[in-house]
Write a protein that binds this ligand. Structure first.
Ligand code: UD1
Ligand code: UDP
Length: 372
């Protein structure tokens, strides 16, 4: 009999990292795959589903404008019960650290359905940074039966916390699988034509704990540096959160060196990143992608759950203080040696075969852990 695996996800980054796994599992004789999206994100989720050709069997359609954590939590908990009771999956797969991830795992716990956690074991050990993601992923680890740790470091976190070694598998990060097919040498885009021979600065920002003053500081620093460096042009595919949009409009509006554009497809995003001179972000996923391209990343956060990229030299934590971001950003534009120290390509997050390993484990086949 086939094992029934239900994948549940709701936001853009979960979709980018779990759709390649859904497509891998669909090829397997021993697995039956059911997809349920919460649609915690709507447009940004649909864009990814379209890219990977994944059609959900269930769509809880919970997104509201300016939703609170209470809205998301209650919306999912109420909607998912009937789906889980009807499908009775053998295992439910969740990804990462969003509210969709945590609430789905909680619902599975209530119904005593085994959970598989993809991208398990990332930690900052500060439940307010990132908020609420650190709490979400720590809580899911208590519940989950299969912990698919992307790296040896994330495995070690889980072991140190007392999670059972036989439930932990080091697979590499599935985002590296997604990246195998996206970056093309002959890729063209009108925005890249606009950048031309200028240095491309790639920007994203959305973290809940950065909304408000920190985000204004980040944007002000970026604007000051761009003003002083005409050799740079910045592209900022902006998150759909209206609070982010208001801050960006206020601080960056009218700056001719920056194009603020709508969210781009992941295929475009990887091609933009790979051609960037420098990336400034508070995103999680982009911290994993840029090291492969050797593109330095200034992480506009005080802490990161992805120290592998910091150790490799590609990521640098700059916090959200305007003067610090201004100083480090300027340094990387003006000091070639400082730039070179950060720009060597490396691959600390996986080898592009994470989905195959996870599917093997779920089918009960032998598995060889990923080793960097
Ligand atoms: C969520 C996750 C965060 C993840 C991020 C990825 C939680 C609490 N947060 O944060 O961990 O890093 O997604 O991007 O799980 N919106 C739209 N259309 C969309 C998506 C969002 O209009 O397709 C707007 C809505 O007004 C929504 C708001 O953005 O209310 C915020 O979305 P939400 O999922 O609550 O927070 P994110 O910052 O996206
Ligand atoms: N991304 C995308 N289009 C965009 C911006 C980002 O496809 O316009 C991709 C990016 O390549 C990465 C992921 O979205 O894989 C990061 O998502 P986000 O920053 O929303 O969330 P986080 O990773 O911080 O949870």
């Amino acid at each position: 009999m086939k094992r029934k695996i239900m994948a549940v996800f709701g936001t853009r980054p979960e979709a980018i990292k779990i759709c390649p796994l859904v497509n891998e599992m669909k090829k397997r004789e021993g697995l039956q795959v059911v997809v349920c999206v919460t649609a915690q994100h709507r447009q940004m989720l649909d864009q990814v589903l379209h890219t990977f050709g994944v059609v959900p069997d269930y769509d809880l359609d919970i997104m509201k404008d300016r939703q609170t954590l209470f809205d998301i939590t209650t919306g999912i908990l109420q909607g998912i019960k009937a789906v889980l009771e009807k499908e009775k999956p053998d295992v439910v797969l969740v990804h990462g650290d969003t509210s969709t991830t945590f609430v789905t795992a909680l619902a599975c716990y209530y119904l005593q359905i085994p959970v598989g956690h993809v991208e398990a074991g990332l930690r900052t050990y500060d439940i307010y940074a990132p908020y609420p993601e650190e709490f979400n992923r720590e809580a899911v680890s208590i519940i989950s039966e299969y912990n698919f740790a992307p790296t040896p470091l994330s495995r070690d976190n889980l072991l140190r916390e007392g999670h059972k070694p036989e439930r932990i598998y080091v697979t590499g990060n599935t985002v590296i699988d997604a990246m195998r097919h996206t970056v093309k040498a002959d890729y063209r885009h009108p925005e890249l034509d606009w950048v031309g021979e200028h240095k491309l600065i790639f920007i994203t920002a959305h973290r809940r704990e950065n909304l408000g003053e920190p985000m204004h500081h980040m944007f002000r620093a970026i604007r000051r540096v761009l003003n002083e460096h005409p050799e740079c042009r910045a592209i900022y595919p902006i998150h759909m959160n209206p609070v982010v949009r208001e801050a960006a409009e206020q601080e960056l509006g009218g700056c001719e060196q920056i194009h603020i554009i709508e969210p781009i497809e992941v295929f475009d995003c990887h091609n933009f990143e790979s051609r960037a001179y420098l990336c400034l972000t508070d995103s999680g996923g982009i911290q994993e992608e840029c090291p492969s391209y050797g593109v330095p990343v200034l992480v506009m956060r005080n802490t990161t759950e992805r120290p592998e990229g910091v150790a490799a030299g590609t990521l640098r934590l700059v916090g959200t203080d305007e003067e610090t971001i201004y100083r480090v950003f300027t340094e990387l534009l003006e000091d070639e040696a400082a730039y070179k120290r950060m720009s060597g390509a490396c691959n600390p997050y996986g080898d592009g075969h994470a989905c195959e390993r996870i599917a093997d484990i779920l089918e009960g086949k032998p598995y060889a852990p990923w080793e960097p």
